[in-house]
Design a protein around this ligand. Structure first.
Ligand code: GLU
Length: 457
C-alpha cells in the first residue's frame, strides 16, 4: 500500500449533487490508481444546517456509485472518529497547541489565529472601517491541477467562534493533519481558502499536503457554475430514474478528465489505471444531460439479458409498484423487457413504452388511427391477417415475418401493407418494438383477439 491518503469531506447540509459526486470520484480514483487510502470524513460542525437525512444520502449515494471508502463512518479506521461533530476534544487539543506556540488571541469572545509579520492599520473602503493588516510573504501553492498559485493572507482570522464552535478552516486543517492526508483534491471554490489553510499547516509545524483543485462544472445552458438548484444536478434524481451507476460514473470521469484519446465509454478499471494528477483539465467542464442520457443508453444496451430484466423489475418495483407489469407472469415480463431493451433510452421509458403489452384496455391514438386508416383498405388487410394467423408459425420473429410476407405475396401486396394497421390494432400507436416481436411476445391468441376487437370497434 502506498503512502497516499486522500479524503472526501462533504458537509451534510443538502442533497448530494453532481459536483460532490465528481469530487468524491476523483479522490477515489486517485486512491485506487496509487494504491493509497480513500478516507470519508463528514464535516458536520454546522449544527444548524446539518441533517441526518442528508448524511444518509451521502452514504447511500457513494455506495450506489460504487465509491467505497477505506476509512470513515461505518467502516472505522485508525484516525477516527470520522465525523467532525465527534472530534471536539481533538480540536481543543490542537487549539491548545497553537495557543502554547503564541499563535492565538481572544477578541470579542472569539479565538483568532495570529499571522506572523509586521502589523499596520489601513482604512478598508469596502468594509468602511480601519482594519489591521499583517505583512506576510505570499503562500505559494504548487497545485497539481492549477499549477503555481500565489496568494497573500494578510489578516488574522477567527478559528473558534464566540459560541465556542470551531470554524471550517480550523477543523478542516486539523483533520487533514490528524488523518495524515497527503493530497487535498477538492473543488476550485476552495482555492481561495488554501492560503489560510497553508498558514495553519505551517503554524502546527505540519507538512503541507499537495493540493489539487478541480475546475468548476458549468451549467448546461448559459454561463455560470452549476448549482444544486439546476435541473439534473442531484445524484438521487438519476438513481430514482433508474440510471445505471456505472454510466453516471463513466460520465463523471469525463467531466474534467479524458483518457488521452477520444474514447468515451471506459471500464472503470481502465480509468483507475490511466487517471492521474495532473491529467485533470484546467478548464471548466460543461454539464450535458443529453450526453449523460446517451451514456446511460449505451450501458443499458450492453446489459446481459438476465441483468437487464432484473434492472427493469427493480425499476418498476421502486417507481411504479402498482404497474400491471409486476402482476404479469415472470416469463412474459422477461420477454417484453428483452423485446424493448434495444429500443429505449432509459429504464424510465419502460412503463409507458410497454403499457399496452400488459393490458387489453389500451387507448388507440386517434391521430394515428386517422392516418393509418386513410390509405388503401386497411380493414380488409386486418381481416386477412386475422384469418391467416392460424397458419402462421409463431416460433420466432423471422417465422412470423415470413408468414405475413407469404400472405402479402398471395394478394399481390407487400409486408408494409399489413404492418402499420396491425401495429395500430395491437398497440394503439405507431411507435414501439418490431411488429413481429410484438406478435411473438403476445402470442397468437391475444394477437387475434386484438385484431378482431379492433375490427369490431
Ligand atoms: N466540507 C467542505 C465542502 O464540502 C470540504 C472542503 C475540502 O474538501 O477541503 O466543501
Amino acid at each position: 500500500m502506498s503512502q497516499v491518503r486522500v479524503r472526501f469531506a462533504p458537509s451534510p447540509t443538502g442533497f448530494f449533487h453532481i459536483g460532490s459526486a465528481r469530487t468524491a470520484l476523483f479522490n477515489w480514483l486517485y486512491a485506487r490508481h496509487t494504491g493509497g487510502t480513500f478516507v470519508l470524513r463528514i464535516e458536520d460542525t454546522d449544527k444548524e444546517r446539518n441533517r441526518e437525512e442528508f448524511l444518509n444520502l451521502i452514504y447511500d449515494s457513494l455506495t450506489w456509485l460504487g465509491l467505497n471508502w477505506d476509512e470513515g463512518p461505518q467502516v472505522g479506521g485508525a484516525y477516527g472518529p470520522y465525523r467532525q461533530s465527534e472530534r471536539a476534544d481533538i480540536y481543543r487539543e490542537y487549539l491548545a497547541r497553537l495557543t502554547a506556540a503564541g499563535r492565538t488571541y481572544e477578541k470579542d469572545g472569539a479565538v483568532w489565529f495570529k499571522l506572523l509579520g509586521e502589523r499596520y492599520e489601513v482604512f478598508d473602503d469596502h468594509r468602511k472601517k480601519t482594519v489591521t493588516k499583517v505583512r506576510t510573504p505570499p503562500s505559494v501553492i504548487d497545485d497539481r491541477i492549477r499549477g503555481r498559485v500565489e496568494r497573500v493572507e494578510d489578516e488574522d482570522f477567527v478559528i473558534f467562534r464566540s459560541d465556542g464552535n470551531p470554524v471550517f478552516h480550523f477543523v478542516n486543517v486539523v483533520d487533514d493533519i490528524a488523518m495524515r492526508i497527503t493530497h487535498v483534491i477538492r473543488g476550485e471554490d476552495h482555492l481561495s481558502n488554501t492560503s489560510k489553510h497553508v498558514e495553519l499547516f505551517k503554524a502546527f509545524g505540519a507538512p503541507v499536503p499537495q493540493f489539487a483543485h478541480i475546475p468548476l462544472i458549468l451549467k448546461q445552458d448559459g454561463p455560470g457554475k452549476m448549482s444544486k438548484r439546476d435541473k439534473g444536478a442531484l445524484v438521487e434524481e438519476y438513481q430514482r430514474r433508474g440510471y445505471l451507476p456505472e454510466a453516471l460514473v463513466n460520465f463523471l470521469c469525463l467531466l474534467g478528465w479524458n483518457p488521452g484519446d477520444d474514447r468515451e465509454k471506459l471500464p472503470i478499471a481502465d480509468v483507475v489505471r490511466l487517471f492521474d494528477l495532473p491529467g485533470v483539465n484546467q478548464s471548466n467542464a460543461r454539464f450535458d444531460e443529453r450526453k449523460l442520457a446517451h451514456m446511460n443508453m449505451v450501458y443499458l444496451l450492453e446489459q446481459p439479458a438476465d441483468q437487464f430484466v432484473a434492472l427493469a423489475r427493480r425499476y418498476f418495483e421502486a417507481q411504479h409498484p402498482a404497474a400491471p407489469a409486476l402482476r404479469a407472469d415472470a416469463a412474459y415480463f422477461r420477454a417484453v423487457m428483452l423485446l424493448c431493451q434495444p429500443k429505449i433510452k432509459g429504464l424510465e421509458e419502460l412503463p409507458a413504452y410497454t403499457a399496452y403489452l400488459f393490458t387489453e384496455d389500451y387507448p388507440v391514438d386517434p391521430k394515428v388511427k386517422d392516418k393509418v386508416l386513410a390509405k388503401g383498405d386497411p380493414r380488409a388487410r386486418l381481416r386477412e391477417l386475422s384469418d391467416a394467423l392460424a397458419g402462421i408459425d409463431f416460433a420466432s420473429d423471422t417465422a412470423i415475418e415470413e408468414g405475413i410476407k407469404a400472405l402479402a405475396t398471395s394478394r399481390g401486396l407487400g409486408f408494409g401493407d399489413y404492418q402499420a394497421v396491425a401495429r395500430l390494432a395491437v398497440s394503439g400507436t405507431n411507435v414501439g418494438p418490431s411488429i413481429t416481436g410484438m406478435f411473438r411476445v403476445l402470442g397468437r391468441d391475444r394477437v387475434r383477439q386484438r385484431l378482431d376487437r379492433f375490427l369490431a370497434a
